[in-house]
Design a protein around this ligand. Structure first.
Ligand SMILES: Cc1ncc(COP(=O)(O)O)c(C=O)c1O
Length: 481
């Protein structure tokens, strides 16, 4: 029975919200204090969590205390602790105090910001913070809102890339494909190392997987621009229409950085839309000495990076910039009668619903605003620098140990490496480490070899965690052999 007694016509009162809210915040603070006690990778078996849940929903409301108690009992065992400083898997999905509190505020305000008029602050803060970010990252002027371009927050890099692809599809067909569908002639280019979201995007956009050309890479796993050029030429000769190139700054497998400048020059010459996906690594450009990763961005038609990966901002938050917002808006714009309003018709406001696929949108800029204000640019730089420094230190240890080798020289905070014992030993090593619960690593395949990936980027990772991970790797490898 709920705290309000007999009847079912109740809501949580403001007083109750205060009490339970404090309890919930305390719970989260305790969780962060204790996080290293949990196995980083959840150790449950498939179906185990569901089997513990009641088969039917409660007919009458339950007390909030009971609900909170069940988090620990039923949910925590099935949590993989992405916020643990011993999380080195995939790319990070960071949270931070200010970001979590901003999410709470966003939920509390419960704003749906599809149009300017549905909450002007939701739109205007977003425009403003995205301009701040463009400046903080040293992005080209053309992505700022006072030009023909501008930025918008999307949920994920996958959707940002899909949005870019759809706008490119429209531009390549003179904005006729939304009306008439597309002929099977538009061609998309990315490297063999591109993220799987491109595969998905070409399918969803109706361009077709067979029209995706995966361009080979060099020994650093970066796209070879001369092969891109040749492929475009071959496609034109075959009567096809080259449309879109996705370059990656920091590939998922190995953090490779495509030569955006050379790719960009080709795109300008050939009239192709260039999208740059900098999902995790884009954040590094906050630091002046890593800003070289933006080289050539002035050629890009669109760019995205995920503060929800490395910039301490809860999932989900992708920042998507375009050089020509008119192409994007023309691709997505809808105006049914029920969305008409004076502000929209005046042309003086941004309606972000026309900048992406979905209509409704959350107040996501709050968390970016909180994070940027709380850490400040220098605070953010400090942490990013430290992560890169720790990853480079780890790479040095690997390089000096005769039992291990680097798979590729790490540009930033991702180290790809192997034990010299071969694929099977590396697989066993990975399994043992992850089963230990003391750290979480994932793998990839580079040059046909099973390769371990150590990404140093979790909000709370410090030197001692990286050292601990290296010690554990060495002793686990000794025990296996
Ligand atoms: C290079 C790259 N692009 C895109 C993505 C997809 O990110 P999201 O989950 O935001 O769609 C990732 C995810 O790791 C990535 O590494």
């Amino acid at each position: 029975m709920n705290n309000l007694g007999e009847k079912n016509n109740f809501h949580m009162t403001p007083d109750e919200f205060r009490r339970f809210g404090r309890e919930m915040v305390d719970w989260i603070a305790d969780y962060y204090e204790d996080i290293e006690q949990f196995p980083v990778l959840s150790q449950v078996q498939p179906g185990e969590i569901r089997a513990r849940l009641p088969a039917a929903p409660p007919q009458n409301g339950e007390s909030f205390d009971e609900i909170i108690a069940d988090i620990e009992k039923l949910i925590l065992p099935g949590i993989t602790h992405w916020q643990s400083p011993n999380f080195f898997a995939f790319f990070p999905a960071n949270a931070s105090g200010p970001s979590i509190l901003a999410e709470l505020l966003s939920a509390g305000l419960g704003v749906q910001g599809m149009s300017w008029v549905t909450s002007p602050a939701c739109t205007e803060l977003e425009t403003h913070v995205l301009d701040w970010l463009a400046e903080m990252l040293g992005l080209p002027e053309k992505f700022m809102s006072n030009t023909k371009g501008g930025g918008v927050i999307q949920d994920t890099a996958s959707n940002a890339t899909l949005s870019a692809l759809l706008a490119a599809r429209e531009r390549s067909t003179n904005f006729s494909s939304n009306e008439n569908g597309i002929e099977n002639k538009l061609i998309v280019y990315a490297s063999t190392q591109t993220h799987s979201s491109i595969d998905k995007a070409v399918k969803i956009a109706g361009m077709g997987k067979n029209n995706l050309r995966l361009i080979d890479v060099d020994e650093q796993f970066s796209m070879r621009p001369e092969l891109l050029s040749r492929q475009i030429e071959a496609d034109r000769e075959a009567g096809l229409i080259p449309s879109f190139v996705c370059a990656t700054v920091g590939t998922t497998s190995s953090n490779a950085i495509d030569p955006v400048r050379e790719i960009g020059e080709i795109c300008v010459e050939e009239g192709l839309w260039l999208h740059v996906d900098a999902a995790m690594s884009g954040t590094a450009a906050l630091v002046p000495e890593f800003r070289y990763i933006n080289d050539g961005l002035e050629f890009a038609d669109s760019y995205c990076f995920n503060p929800h990966k490395w910039m301490f901002t809860n999932f989900d938050c992708d920042c998507f910039y375009v050089a020509d917002r008119a192409s994007l808006i023309k691709t997505f714009s809808v105006l049914p009668e029920y969305l008409r309003n004076k502000a929209t018709e005046s042309g003086a406001v941004i309606d972000y619903r026309d900048w992406h696929i979905q209509l409704g949108r959350r107040f996501r800029s709050l968390k970016l605003w909180f994070v940027i204000r709380y850490y400040g640019v220098e605070g953010l730089r400090h942490h990013i620098r430290q992560h890169v420094e720790l990853a480079q230190q780890f790479a040095e240890w690997v390089d000096k140990d005769p039992n291990f080798q680097l798979a590729v020289s790490p540009p930033l905070n991702l180290v790809c490496f192997r034990h010299t014992g071969g694929d099977e030993v590396n697989q066993q090593l990975l399994d043992s480490l992850n089963q230990s619960g003391k750290m979480y690593l994932t793998h990839t395949n580079l040059d046909e070899h099973f390769t371990l990936r150590m990404c140093v980027g979790q909000t709370y990772t410090e030197e001692k965690h990286v050292k601990q991970a290296w010690d554990l790797l060495q002793t686990t490898a000794e025990n296996i052999l």
